[in-house]
Design a protein around this ligand. Structure first.
Ligand code: HXC
Length: 257
């Protein structure tokens, strides 16, 4: 892969968008490589994934604007769908994906972060949907996921003014889970990944499924789904191990079975 780096350290894999000269802007090739990277890290050994950007300045400054003037509507649609397929794959990934937002997360970059399961930002992070400055709009899911995360009012303000939020404001509106210094960003995300790695992988995966699918259902449908997935955890060896370990007053040893 030309623009993606993968580092696997124990149970936590880090995927880095590595195109710092263009502030990690997202071309079709970068999107395809990111999609391939998710396949590479989808192993039993990996229990959590961190997504970040190379360099000091950017997580990803958005779709590659330099390609836009040559697009017609069909190419624009194809590009949006390509990005949306990637964000759906991120969202449906069976292990938690943590966005480590090290700098600009704008437009498509913010939309990638929105599709991750949680977001941690460095003090230097800047998040926004500035597409309206270019005469376009969000196309990798921002118009749908941003209001689900921060509420309609804040989302519409961001999407229609293009105003970029600093890390403190992003934390205040619930766009990110936590803010750290630049140095502490990856260690913090690795710590979260390691906490997840200590849990039963199938219970974690089913939880991701319950939340992701449930948010698009009525409460009644979501509760029904939750009860079914809860029942599924009772088919796992890890459920026996976890409950026995509690009763025996010892730490559980989960195997993923
Ligand atoms: C292509 C980009 C880019 C982008 C930065 N660069 N963002 N190239 N696409 N999205 C390039 C610059 O052209 C420049 O390369 C180099 O990266 C450094 O950027 P500078 O602008 O010189 O840096 P700086 O002055 O620090 O400003 C940083 C910035 C600015 C504020 C982030 O780069 C910026 O506003 N970028 C665009 C952000 C944006 O509008 N994103 C939304 C895109 S639309 P050269 O070689 O020229 O020096 C989108 C739609 C998604 O994402 C949905 C699609 C379906």
């Amino acid at each position: 892969m030309e623009f993606i780096r993968i580092d696997i350290s124990g149970p936590v894999a880090t995927i880095t968008i590595d195109r710092p000269k263009a502030l990690n802007a997202l071309t079709p090739q970068v999107l395809d490589e990111l999609s391939q990277a998710l396949e590479v890290v989808n192993t039993d050994e990996v229990r959590a994934v961190i997504l970040t950007g190379a360099g000091e300045k950017a997580f990803a400054a958005g779709a590659d604007i330099k390609e836009f003037p040559s697009f017609g509507p069909f190419q624009a649609q194809e590009f949006a769908v390509r990005g949306q397929n990637l964000t759906r794959k991120l969202e449906a990934f069976p292990k938690p994906v943590i966005a480590a937002i090290n700098g600009f997360a704008l437009g498509g970059g913010c939309e990638l972060a929105l599709a991750c399961h949680m977001r941690v930002a460095s003090e230097k992070a800047k998040l926004g949907q500035p597409e309206v400055n270019l005469g376009v709009m969000a196309g990798f899911g921002g118009s749908q996921r941003l209001p689900r995360l921060v509420g309609k009012g804040v989302a519409l303000e961001m999407l229609t003014t293009g105003r970029v939020l600093d890390a403190t404001e992003a934390l205040r509106v619930g766009l990110v889970n936590a803010v750290t210094t630049a140095e502490e960003l990856l260690p913090t995300c690795i710590k979260i990944g390691e906490q997840i790695a200590g849990k039963a992988p199938r219970a974690v995966a089913l939880t991701l499924e319950a939340v992701n699918r449930g948010l698009n259902m009525t409460l009644e449908e979501g509760l029904n789904l939750e009860a079914q997935l809860f029942a599924l955890t009772f088919t796992t060896e890890d459920m026996q191990e976890g409950t026995r370990a509690f009763i025996d007053k010892r730490k559980p040893k989960f195997t993923g079975k």
